[in-house]
Design a binder for this molecule. Structure first.
Ligand code: HEM
Length: 170
């Protein structure tokens, strides 16, 4: 059962869309900075900018997207463990959150501090990591709109199925 009024649900969905697709946008900016760095743009400008972006936008957004995504699932009839498309998105976002906080953020901050002294390997990381994460976020977006693969288990009551609008059922 949904625990939100229709207006509350729309507001939560709006916040979910702004944060998750904002995260995708920030990821594309990181990728652009990484490509610019490899193509010879000033490393004293590009890499500190990437460090700032990761610290103040990308990493905070990754936490916000995870939290608001989980809240969106738990407070709507979709549930967190009921539909495969939600579960796969949850898995993608959880893996990404771990990688962003434990691997990407420290490395990009190191890159920002090193600037022109950064190794080619570290510079390449700023292309490979955002390319992978952008792909994962595009997959999450497509899963959200197509909602494939149906339910994980049967509804316990007919009301549980009716709670999801017909056009949104798998
Ligand atoms: C913890 C991770 C996530 C969970 C549990 C989650 C869950 C959900 C749920 C339950 C809805 C339906 C909300 C409603 O009907 O009111 C939704 C909608 C949506 N989500 Fe997520 N989400 C997560 C992450 C993401 C990410 C990373 C993206 C994309 C980058 C994304 C993109 C969308 C989009 C575009 C919709 C709108 C679909 C529609 O209204 O037809 N979500 N999400």
């Amino acid at each position: 059962m949904s625990r939100l009024s229709p207006a509350g649900r729309k507001a939560l969905l709006t916040v979910h869309l702004v944060t998750s697709l904002g995260w995708l946008g920030a990821d594309l900016v990181l990728l652009t900075l990484g490509v610019a760095g490899l193509r010879g743009a000033d490393p004293e400008v590009v890499y500190p900018t990437a460090g700032l972006l990761v610290t103040w936008l990308f990493a905070p957004l990754s936490v916000a997207v995870w939290l608001i995504g989980v809240i969106s699932a738990l407070l709507t009839p979709w549930g967190l463990l009921r539909w495969r498309w939600v579960l796969v998105k949850f898995a993608i976002t959880t893996v990404m959150l771990g990688l962003v906080l434990l691997a990407l953020t420290p490395r990009v901050r190191e890159l920002g501090a090193l600037g022109a002294d950064a190794s080619p390997h570290l510079r390449a990381d700023l292309v490979v990591a955002p390319a992978v994460s952008t792909t994962l976020l595009l997959v999450a977006t497509v899963l959200s709109t197509y909602k494939p693969w149906g339910r994980l288990r049967r509804a316990t009551a007919p009301a549980a199925r009716q709670a999801v609008p017909a056009g949104r059922r798998a």
